[in-house]
Design a protein. Structure first.
Lengths: 262, 328, 284
């Protein structure tokens, strides 16, 4: 469904000295329908840059992104709206996702810009339905300002937007890393709900190998701008081939096993 | 049994604000034995950082202490003046590395200057002596000795955290208190920092560590005892292995079930979400504070508050499900 | 947007003492300028009495070398200066905010070109530019003077707005708006502008104080407005007719002091607003 080919992003810093930073180097990957894929890497690995390029929020330096066979790398205008209708994003920071001046439903009603031809009544019904689907009581949250809701509730609203749009692929950039342990699982479950209910695919972009291991069908390990390993989570964890993955496996704290020599 | 290194008894402390009283620590008993790593786990806003400040007798408005005793090596810190605590306790008997330490260092000073500023309050040592003390300590912990002449930003995150912890215990305090020391680091640096702290304990630089974090897998690796805190109260405590393998309180259980680690056990058991959100400490629910989210809730949980009672093997739990066991 | 405004007028604002004092000074001067002529209905341009009389019962601030009433001139001058200050500030603000938003949001070539223009205007000594433009016109009404000042004093606004836009445009809520397929124009107006509204308000206050001083500067060298009275051209005539050397203090001190008080109170208001909008600067 999604095919990324030889995608690169080079940032140049400074006006004259032109210091080059290769954030993403020649990355290729693909995602099929109904699949949950995790893109795992530590900060600075280029995972967020890659995710922004897939979401068409950042111009790639070279390479291509194809969706359902259509090259979307340089789409503009109406075609780009079509793409965002199919491929949508949820971001890490449930605080920064909301404009502090507008009520929380602002980001939900915004989505209707991609779904033309709905009456106000229909929009209202869809917003209510979406909020219920993410486990919120519409009466309780509608009309509130972002600071009046907790991080978990805000993240649920951001996901409700995906329920309205019913996209085929959701790119979630660290959707739970700023939330507490007890609220995390509830949010993760919403994504698997989206998959089960609407057969959407999900890309989790995360630093948390545990999350990737528990929820995904396939993991991609990214290190210094390159995807160094790919496979189903059990194989990758049991039998890592790249030194970075091996180190990751050894250094991640587990719940049921203790580190040796500690 | 020898007396514990740190003992907090009946601690109650609140933030007195215009909008009301936030009871961040509401009747907490906690004990840090000698030669132990005690983990204090809880979610953000459960009062664990406040509890740490209370245990260190670092109480400044709007935080107010209502009642309780804090015995460090048998001395009640709450009987001392702030000035006395600052001179004789902090850095000498107990060192504290707060969550913000990693990014809160004065960027215009070299590490060694920061150490000198901090240490002259406690000891008459000359600059020369401080420098050699620092170097010896860093050497002992296998850290590069030239890092003391660097500026904080010249060290990587993990190295900076290790250096901070190493120099904050220069005077060999008995207790080291760390608040989320590794949550901003990637897993490999995290492991190095944890290893160094345990080495410090092994080398007798410190006796015990009070480790505050919301990450259970980290506690699993380092702690010998754990305390689980929820909404201003301790809901469960005990030896780490026993609590991790057999959690008794429904909240502890739920926390364990929401942990995602790359292990077959977690994948097989799947994820269980805890409904709802942690309560506001401004208006905590009546009865047991976890009852609105608890899958085993009974009538009594809604009306009365379960006490934290010992259930044997050094464990304790604040839940009516286990009170009956004690009774019968 | 509405909440942004309610924040500006919330009562907390008035707990900042700096603001109380400077607002009192400013309002007094405003009152003098706008209500003064009804209480003291003397024509500023009419010859009403003897030449160069010191303040007295009849002429509260004395008369000038032509026998015109100074208080009446001061009242008209305040109004004239405030009008030029307000108009010039509005012009600079409009140019500065537009250029800053465009450069910051669009980036790349547009940013480079606009910032080059900004740097050029910033590097040219603005007073020289004003002198050149002003000298080209023989007749200068207050609006023309406002335009001359306005088109030379926007660069710092553009730079500041640009840097704020740069940091805002990568926020998640902007990304969410983008992904909803909203146009750049709507994103700038609805997402970015409200976030810098408080800053724009502050910049306006600063620009106004700067513009009134610039007007005085132009007037003092004879290139101010040729119609109407401003604080600057009262001072111009006082200077031409050597009021200082001849000790006619009532002619130059009132307009000079008023100008300083105006500029200073506006500056204080700007810093007080800065403290209000940036709680970090507020002392504990």
């Amino acid at each position: 469904m999604l095919e990324v080919k030889n995608l690169s992003k080079v940032f140049t810093v400074g006006l004259f000295s032109r210091h080059r930073i290769e954030a993403v180097k020649n990355v290729s990957m693909n995602v099929s329908r109904g699949e949950i894929v995790s893109l795992v890497g530590e900060s600075g690995s280029g995972k967020t840059t890659l995710c922004r390029m897939i979401l068409r929020l950042l111009e790639p330096t070279s390479g291509s992104i194809k969706y359902d066979g259509v090259d979307v790398t340089r789409l503009k205008g109406k075609k780009l709206k079509w793409y965002w209708r199919k491929v949508h994003g949820v971001f890490q920071d449930p605080y920064a996702s909301f404009h502090p001046f507008y009520r929380v439903e602002h980001i939900l009603y915004q989505a209707f810009n991609l779904l033309p031809g709905l009456s106000e009544e229909e929009k209202k019904i869809r917003v209510h339905e979406a909020l219920k689907m993410v486990g919120l009581n519409p009466e309780e949250v509608l009309g509130k300002y972002p600071h009046e809701l907790s991080g978990g509730m805000r993240q649920r609203i951001a996901i409700a937007r995906c329920f309205i749009l019913d996209p085929e692929l959701i790119v979630a950039d660290e959707p739970v890393s700023m939330l507490d342990a007890s609220t995390r699982v509830g949010i993760i479950k919403l994504f698997s709900d989206l998959r089960d209910r609407m057969n959407s695919s999900v890309i989790f972009v995360t630093h948390d190998i545990g999350l990737a291991y528990v929820v995904s069908d396939r993991v991609l390990i990214m290190y210094k701008g390159v995807i160094v390993e790919e496979g189903d989570p059990l194989t990758v964890m049991d039998n890592p081939s790249h030194p970075y993955t091996r180190r990751l496996r050894e250094d991640v704290p587990l719940l049921y096993r203790k580190w040796e020599g500690f | 049994m020898s007396e514990p290194l740190l003992l907090g008894l009946g601690l109650r402390a609140s933030y007195v604000l215009r909008i009301g009283e936030v009871r961040a620590v509401d009747g907490v008993d906690i004990e840090v034995p000698r030669d132990a790593v005690v983990g204090l786990a809880g979610e953000s806003g459960c009062g664990k950082s406040t509890l740490v400040n209370v245990l260190l007798a670092n109480i400044r408005p709007p935080l107010r202490i209502k009642s309780g005793k804090i015995l460090l090596d048998g001395v009640d810190l709450l009987e001392m003046s702030r000035e006395e605590v600052r001179k004789k306790v902090w850095g000498v008997k107990v060192s504290y590395v707060p969550q913000s330490a990693l990014n809160a260092l004065n960027p215009t000073k070299r590490i060694i200057e920061l150490v000198k500023d901090a240490i002259t309050q406690h000891t008459p040592a000359t600059d020369q002596e401080v420098v050699s003390l620092c170097k010896r300590r860093l050497e002992e912990l296998n850290l590069p000795t030239d890092s003391i002449h660097k500026y904080p930003h010249e060290l990587s995150g993990g190295m900076r955290q290790r250096v901070i912890i190493a120099i904050s215990t220069l005077l060999n305090p008995r207790l080291l208190v760390v608040d989320e020391p590794t949550s901003a680091l990637d897993v490999s640096t995290q492991k190095q920092v944890l290893k160094m702290m345990l080495d410090m304990k092994r080398n007798r630089i410190i006796d015990s560590i009070l480790f505050v974090t919301h990450e259970l897998p980290v506690l699993r690796q380092v702690s010998s005892h754990v305390y689980i805190m929820y909404a201003g109260k301790i809901v469960e405590y005990g030896p780490a292995d026993s609590v991790f393998f057999n959690p008794l309180h429904p909240y502890t259980k739920a926390l364990m079930y929401s942990v995602m680690t790359p292990e077959p056990e977690t994948r097989e058991r799947g994820l269980v979400a805890i409904p709802g959100e942690p309560p506001s400490l401004l208006m905590p629910p009546q009865g047991c504070r976890f009852h609105p989210r608890c899958p085993y809730v009974m009538d009594i949980c809604r009306s009365s508050e379960p006490r934290l009672v010992p259930v044997g093997e050094g464990r304790g739990v604040a839940c009516f499900l286990h009170h009956s066991e004690v009774a019968s | 947007m509405l909440r942004g405004v309610s924040k500006i007028i919330s009562p907390e604002l008035f707990t900042i003492r700096k603001l109380d004092a400077s607002l009192a000074v400013l309002l007094t001067i405003f009152a003098l300028g706008f209500v003064g002529s009804t209480v003291y209905p003397v024509q500023p341009t009419a010859v009403v009495g003897p030449l160069e009389t010191p303040p007295s019962q009849l002429y509260p601030l004395g008369t000038d070398a032509y026998g015109k009433d100074i208080l009446a001139q001061l009242i008209a001058g305040i109004r004239g200066s405030l009008q030029i200050g307000a108009t010039a500030a509005a012009i600079s603000l409009l140019i500065g905010v537009l250029i800053g938003l465009m450069a910051g949001y669009k980036g790349k070539i547009i940013d480079n070109l606009l910032m080059m223009l900004t740097d050029i205007v910033l590097l040219l000594p603005s007073i020289l530019l004003m002198i050149m433009v002003a000298a080209y016109f023989k007749w200068r009404d207050p609006l023309l003077v406002s335009i001359i000042i306005g088109i030379t004093s926007w660069p710092w606004v553009a730079r500041a707005v640009r840097s704020q836009t740069l940091s805002l445009k990568n926020r998640e809520f902007v990304n969410l708006s983008k992904m909803a397929g909203l146009s750049d124009f709507r994103i700038v107006i609805r997402d970015i502008l409200p976030n810098i509204a408080s800053y724009i308000f502050m910049a306006y206050v600063l620009l106004m104080s700067g513009a009134m001083i610039a007007e005085t500067g132009l007037s003092m060298i004879g290139l101010g407005t040729t119609q109407g009275v401003t604080l600057g051209n009262i001072l111009f005539w006082a200077q031409v007719l050597e009021a200082v050397r001849r000790g006619l203090w009532w002619w130059f001190i009132p307009p000079g002091a008023t100008l300083v008080a105006l500029a200073a109170s506006l500056l204080m208001i700007a810093t007080a607003l800065d403290e209000y909008f940036n709680p970090r600067l507020r002392g504990s």
